[in-house]
Design a protein. Structure first.
Lengths: 280, 344
């Protein structure tokens, strides 16, 4: 450096344009990570496609006879909306893992010592994960259409269902960010985010209608968010007939939105607070 | 309202910390540190693991609020106005905080953007910096393929892009091979030649000796002595005599030696040496040999050398040696006293 050192900015005050620009920089970083880490890409693409194929061809024959006629007689039509929820739930843990890695590698310390917007670190990460989810969801839709999935309502309803799945994914990212920032230890975070995922995904309406579950399990399955989101997406894509008696598409969609917004309102500020206090 | 900018008008000191205290529950990690660093100099905080070096750096680089004390960096109160302080500082933490899956160039450009450089400026400066730190050839390779030394240099370079007035380097050469260490040293010297002030921490005495204009020895959260490397060495007297007793007999030797010379006899368990100052050079050495002979003690080896920081450090932080005279101390195994004062 030949010139004398000079401050980059006079005050360090951060305006909205700075927040946007910093968020884009951090988002780009997250996207590069998602693209270049092979295990992430494999997990994000192979796993959902495999679930789609396996569940459809292994269980489809049996379950297909038990599902409401609104599915058009094909299990794939019932399965696909549920699997959209399943993949975003399974993938959400990545937000927590990525953050704890950054925390333990000193990357968060570096960011916190820069004159950048603090909110950009979390926003960038969750947006990058949203883009990853959008990519995985698109890939899955292509495969699903190829093996016979057809929405039974309208194209708009179909798009609404996809949007709902992505909105849920974004909210879950903030939940997972809070968990990661709270636990901090990368190994501990792995189990903290992946173990609870199983009861939520399987004790739900993702793969089968919960009607045949024992009543104690059904009480949980009927009311937990994964079922509510899955039902809403299904209603939007397949029409009211697919829903359990008494539920309407509008009602389920509103309920799903309430969960999505509610979780976001609780966990986004919590994650921001935990981030501010994060000290390794 | 932003406070006035004093950075151009206040030459000394550029880092001015007073009475810094940081507690983690029962642990007092930093215990009342005063620290001043002159603009354009290199200051080394030298201390063992757990001394409080990282914690102090975290306070000065706005990552941690101290429980007590004030700290001005480049004329800005880091506790009261961290956002402004961040525009003046650079931090390279104890681990190289670079992304393995990005190339070296991408890493530096990203930090440049976060320092609010325009895209074009960030790109130009990244090339300049990579050239300067000798990473141009590897610039477009992923950092995952870099050696430890290359990562370290890249980590430093990433902070440089913001042209910080003060760079904080936490153990910049820990865990890298000796040749890479020299590369990092050159980079630090180069930085200072360009007008930046550097505050670094190290566990290596040689590093502080080689690099620093001033050295503060930190132990258990306190700065126990401070000065130029030469001043610290002077406190040890002109020459050091090292006596290597046969295994297991250092207490016996120490008693005899302590009565033979003025000053402190210290035991270095790692090297198996007793060290003592030889204020009168050869005359002192002869007094040592006479005393040992009179007591019928034959050492494995006797050597003399000019004092190094090693000697200073050892005499200030040693674990089991009493302060002045071994014969007077009833319990040579007592735990070290807290904040033992430096001798002048
Ligand atoms: N986040 C923390 N929580 C609890 N104790 C801590 C924390 N950070 C540091 N310490 C303690 O403070 C002391 C000083 O640590 P540190 O500043 O990391 O020392 P150094 O960098 O010199 O090795 C140590 O006893 C360490 O265990
Ligand atoms: Mg440390």
């Amino acid at each position: 450096m030949t010139t004398a050192t000079a401050p980059t900015s006079d005050t360090g005050r951060i305006g909205l344009a700075d927040v946007v620009s910093d968020t884009l920089v951090v988002t780009r970083r997250g996207l590069i990570r998602n693209i270049r880490l092979p295990q992430l890409l494999v997990f994000a693409t192979i796993q959902p496609v495999m679930f789609l194929l396996l569940f459809n061809y292994v269980f489809g024959g049996v379950i297909g006879t038990q599902i409401p006629p609104a599915a058009g007689g094909k299990y794939i039509n019932f399965l696909m909306p549920g699997l959209l929820v399943q993949i975003v739930v399974f993938g959400a843990g990545q937000t927590a893992i990525g953050l704890t890695e950054d925390l333990n590698n000193g990357v968060i310390d570096r960011f916190r010592s820069l004159p950048m917007a603090r909110s950009a670190v979390l926003a960038g990460r969750t947006i990058a994960d949203l883009v990853r989810n959008a990519f995985v969801v698109s890939l899955m839709l292509v495969v699903a259409f190829a093996i016979g999935f057809r929405y039974q309502s309208s194209f708009l309803g179909f798009l609404g269902g996809v949007a709902l799945a992505l909105a849920f994914a974004f909210t879950l990212s903030w939940v997972m960010a809070s968990i990661g920032l709270r636990i901090k230890n990368p190994e501990a975070v792995q189990s903290a985010v992946f173990i609870p995922v199983f009861p939520f995904v399987f004790a739900s309406s993702v793969f089968v209608p919960p009607e045949t579950m024992p009543s104690w399990l059904r009480a949980f399955a009927d009311h937990q968010p994964v079922t509510i989101i899955a039902n809403a997406i299904r209603g939007l894509m397949l029409g009211e007939g697919i829903l359990p008696a008494g539920q309407t598409v509008a009602g389920q969609t509103l309920l799903a939105l309430a969960w999505i917004v509610g979780l976001l309102v609780v966990f986004a500020p919590l994650a921001v607070r935990l981030y501010r206090r994060a000290v390794t | 309202m932003p406070p006035p900018d004093h950075s151009a008008a206040s030459p000394d000191p550029i880092v001015d910390a007073r009475g810094i205290v940081v507690r983690f529950g029962d642990v007092t990690a930093v215990d009342g540190v005063d620290l001043q660093v002159r603009r354009g100099s290199i200051y080394a905080l030298l201390g063992p693991n757990g001394a409080g070096k990282t914690t102090l750096i975290r306070v000065l680089s706005t990552l941690l609020k101290p429980d007590a004390g004030v700290a001005m960096v480049a004329g800005i109160d880091v506790v009261a106005d961290p956002p402004m302080a961040r525009t003046r500082i650079g931090l390279a933490g104890q681990f190289a905080a670079v992304d393995e899956y990005q190339t070296g160039r991408e890493n530096v450009e990203m930090i440049g953007r976060l320092y609010r450089l325009s895209r074009a400026e960030s790109r130009t400066r990244t090339s300049e910096i990579l050239e300067r730190i000798g990473l141009m050839e590897a610039a477009d390779r992923r950092v995952g393929t870099y050696s430890g030394g290359m990562r370290r240099r890249l980590d430093l370079a990433a902070s440089l892009i913001g042209r910080p007035e003060v760079m904080f380097l936490d153990e910049p050469t820990t865990g890298i091979d000796p040749r890479s260490r020299v590369g990092v040293w050159e980079l630090v010297q180069d930085l200072v030649a360009g007008g930046t002030t550097v505050l670094l921490t190290t566990q290596y005495l040689e590093e502080a000796d080689q690099l620093a204009d001033r050295v503060g020895v930190i132990d258990r959260g306190r700065i126990i002595t401070e000065g130029t490397a030469d001043e610290l060495k002077d406190t040890m007297g002109g020459t050091i005599v090292e006596v290597e007793p046969p295994a297991g007999r250092h207490e016996e030797f120490r008693r005899v030696l302590a009565s033979a010379v003025e000053g402190e006899v210290t035991w270095d368990p790692q090297r198996g040496h007793l060290r003592l100052p030889a204020a009168e050079g050869a005359a002192s050495l002869m007094a040592v040999t006479r005393a040992l002979d009179a007591a019928d003690l034959v050492p494995d080896d006797i050597t003399t050398h000019k004092p190094t920081l090693d000697d200073v450090f050892l005499s200030l932080t040693e674990d089991d040696a009493p302060a002045t005279n071994a014969a007077d101390d009833p319990d040579p195994q007592r735990s070290r006293t807290r904040g033992r004062k430096a001798r002048r």
